[in-house]
Design a protein around this ligand. Structure first.
Ligand code: SAM
Ligand code: SF4
Length: 325
């Protein structure tokens, strides 16, 4: 289905929980987080109804996210149902990888196609510092399990943080030499822990390319991801690296997605405050046609572009862990 600006929306990110087993410093504060009342979180059946409504409008790709999706019991069965939904041809997941090693085989069997694993440092002590509770070894075992199960392409998400992990960008690119891994460096966005974003902490796409160019020559690559990353490859490397340039090289004109929060808000844009409540209508007995009409309305409401910098104060309080990235 097309939005008002001619963009075709084929992709929905579904946050299945706002809870998480980590506390990444730029995402979720250590204290003071008020999680959703479990009664307000959509049941698996309610989430599925929204997925089916979206599929009826031409959405063919679903990404399961969170909070941390692997912490919600019942995930494997949900993935199985999503994968079996007519019209859905790609089911993927974004995870911090902590629990992935033990779940990769079941998720694969259920129909999960591929995973993105978030890992912001390859140094165990720094990784622990950035995430508060993260165990790098467990995450890397999750990555290996994903590769072994063929959950490919396996992508690694790394939020580039000036002065915190920018000395490691080349180490991430080094991983792509012999492993079929696709590293994506993400520009820090003013979302989540509202005090975490500063222009100084943001490492721009240009700066990321410069850092990598100090060690590697690279050329543009055309990894098909269906998403916003620009990809590059070091000649001879098996994997690629990409940059998600949300802040400094706007890609809103090609945006193809909407988001569903765990408590049932359809959000047409990560960087705007627009949200449509679907939980109320779902629980008031909305039929499939009505639900589909509401999702269509949400898609049509997609703004032309995000205004994250213009409305810094307003968007900064948006909790990335309920929206799901
Ligand atoms: N817990 C899962 C994970 O970390 O992969 C899924 C949810 S997490 C919110 C999804 C992605 O959003 C992660 O890759 C994370 O690094 C990214 N993210 C969170 N806060 C961000 C911010 N302020 N700017 C840029 N990316 C952010
Ligand atoms: Fe949890 Fe993911 Fe946010 Fe980290 S980025 S705190 S793993 S939701």
């Amino acid at each position: 289905m097309q939005d008002l600006y001619g963009r075709v929306v084929t992709y929905m990110r579904v946050s299945v929980t706002d809870r998480c087993n980590l506390r990444c410093r730029y995402c979720m504060p250590l204290e003071g987080v008020r999680f959703k009342d479990p009664a307000d979180v959509l049941s698996w059946d309610e989430l599925l109804r929204v997925v089916r409504a979206a599929a009826g409008l031409g959405v063919s790709r679903i990404r399961v996210t969170g909070g941390e999706p692997t912490t919600r019991p019942g995930l494997v069965d949900f993935v199985r149902e999503v994968a079996a939904t007519p019209g859905i041809r790609d089911v993927s997941m974004t995870t911090n990888g902590m629990l992935l090693a033990g779940m990769a085989a079941d998720l694969r069997r259920a129909g999960l196609g591929r995973v993105n694993v978030s890992v912001d440092s390859l140094r165990a002590d720094r990784f622990r510092h950035l995430t508060h509770f993260g165990d790098l070894q467990a995450v890397l075992q999750g990555v290996e399990a994903a590769l072994a199960e063929g959950l490919e392409p396996v992508k690694l998400n790394c939020v580039a943080l000036r002065g915190e992990n920018d000395d490691e960008l080349v180490d991430f690119v080094a991983l792509t030499e012999s492993r079929p891994l696709h590293v994506r460096f993400i520009e820090l966005m003013p979302l989540g822990t509202s005090h975490a974003w500063t222009r100084e902490r943001l490492l721009s796409a240009e700066a990321i390319r410069e850092r990598i160019a100090e060690r590697y020559a690279f050329v543009p690559d055309a990894l098909e991801g269906g998403g916003p990353a620009k990809y590059y490859r070091v000649p001879g490397h098996v994997g690629t690296f990409g940059i998600i340039t949300a802040m400094t090289e706007n890609f809103c004109h090609s945006c193809n997605r909407v988001r569903l929060t765990a408590d049932g808000e359809l959000q047409p844009c990560l960087g705007s405050l627009l949200a449509m409540d679907l939980r109320g209508p779902l629980r008031a007995g909305a039929g499939d046609d009505e639900l589909r009409r509401m999702v269509a309305k949400g898609i049509r409401a997609k703004p032309e572009r995000h205004l994250m910098e213009e409305y810094l104060e307003e968007t900064a309080g948006r909790r990335m862990w309920t929206i799901g990235g």
